[in-house]
Design a protein around this ligand. Structure first.
Ligand code: PEP
Ligand code: MN
Length: 366
């Protein structure tokens, strides 16, 4: 299914790419919200103010959000600062209230996107409503759930869509709160080139110290915006205190980022095209060589079968590794990379010879 998505610049006059969103994890008090918004409004690139009104907390004893009162404060933020507003919604009741208080953009949180029942309920609540919706990636690294939520919204008539990359929970932890797994948003962009994808470095990082590198990487990967948690007094925040910037921290972060031309500068484009063509040619040569290697592997397989020789010959495999790693090193190829590549090729070779031995033909369409 294709996705219908209208470019951000056509949503509202004041919006353009890159879309920059700032604001606290949670709306806590009217003073906290307004003080944060007033400072953020002084950063001209930031056009949208975020705040969590209902907070999905892991444990039942945490701060669960200000609820409807928070929406009233958001309305004041909009009136006073002119910033557009966005809040997380997790059910039709949230949507109804957000609309009542004139919220401009809705977002669906990572914990909601994992559940198609909840996403469908939200979509049903949005039928007939023309409002932009941002969809965070699900907590678990499943691109299909992410796409499914976007498709459901499309079916309910929502075509102002943004996907938000906020990282994934993964059992092998790295230094980040949520692993970025960049390959997933890249694949989303490959599948749906017209869909705007922005990054939420705050929930990826979990700590402010990594924000700049993650935000820059997102921009370098042609993401069309950033959502960054910003609190007037981060240390006193009731939720996600470690990852929130102060408004001046946000200003500093943004001024240190390099916003490259999203489509590449004209003068660099032809050089880039040239280099890409060279990569294309090299990849074709690589495929050709791999295919030739496999054909020889199969020939050897036939021979082994005829002569009744075992497939895996450890001494030969050891020699191959030693020789290829040594030569690879001279060619500037890292040991880890080469080892993984050799193992992959070796596994496929063994598999092919096994099939020959047992008379099975591999289904290459898999
Ligand atoms: C948030 O943006 O504050 C939030 C709860 O994020 P996520 O859904 O990505 O965890
Ligand atoms: Mn948060």
């Amino acid at each position: 299914m294709t996705l219908k998505s209208i470019p951000i610049s056509r949503w509202q006059e004041q919006l353009s790419e890159p879309l920059l969103i700032g604001g606290p994890c949670s709306a806590e008090t009217e003073e906290q919200l307004l003080a944060t918004a007033r400072e953020i409004a002084l950063i001209p690139q930031v056009k949208v103010f975020r705040a969590g009104i209902w907070k999905p907390r892991t444990r039942p004893d945490g701060f669960e959000g200000a609820g409807e009162a928070g929406l009233k404060w958001m309305q004041r933020v909009r009136q006073e600062t002119g910033l557009l507003t966005t809040v997380e919604v997790a059910n039709p009741h949230h949507i109804e209230l957000a609309l009542k208080y004139g919220i401009d953009i809705l977002w669906i949180g990572a914990r909601t996107v994992v559940n198609p029942f909840s996403v469908q309920e939200i979509c049903d609540g949005l039928a007939g409503v023309d409002i932009p919706v941002m969809v965070k990636n699900p907590v678990n690294p499943d691109i299909k759930l992410w796409i499914g939520a976007l498709e459901r919204l499309n079916r309910s008539g929502i075509d102002k869509l943004i996907a938000i990359h906020r990282g994934f929970f993964y059992y092998q932890r790295d230094q980040y709160r949520n692993s970025p797994m960049w390959e997933i948003p890249i694949e989303l962009k490959r599948l749906y080139p017209a869909l705007p994808v922005i990054c939420d470095p705050s929930h990826i990082c979990g700590k402010t110290e990594y924000l700049a590198e993650i935000a820059q990487k997102a921009l370098d990967l042609e993401m069309q915006g950033l959502m960054i948690e910003t609190h007037i007094d981060p240390a006193a925040a009731l939720t996600d205190a470690q990852q929130q910037l102060s408004p001046s921290g946000l200003k500093q972060l943004l001024s240190g980022l390099i916003f490259r031309n999203l489509n590449g500068f004209q003068e660099y484009q032809s050089r880039l095209d040239e280099l890409r063509k060279e990569i294309d040619r090299i990849d074709w040569t690589l495929l050709d060589i791999l295919s030739r290697r496999m054909k020889i592997v199969e020939e050897i397989g036939e021979y082994k079968k005829k002569k009744n020789i075992t497939i895996l010959q450890i001494r030969r495999w050891r020699n191959i590794i030693h020789d290829r790693l040594e030569n690879g090193r001279k060619l500037g190829l890292g040991k880890d990379f080469l080892m993984r590549l050799l193992e992959l090729v070796h596994r496929e070779s063994i598999q092919r010879q096994m099939e020959i031995m047992h008379g099975k033909k591999k289904d290459l369409s898999e």
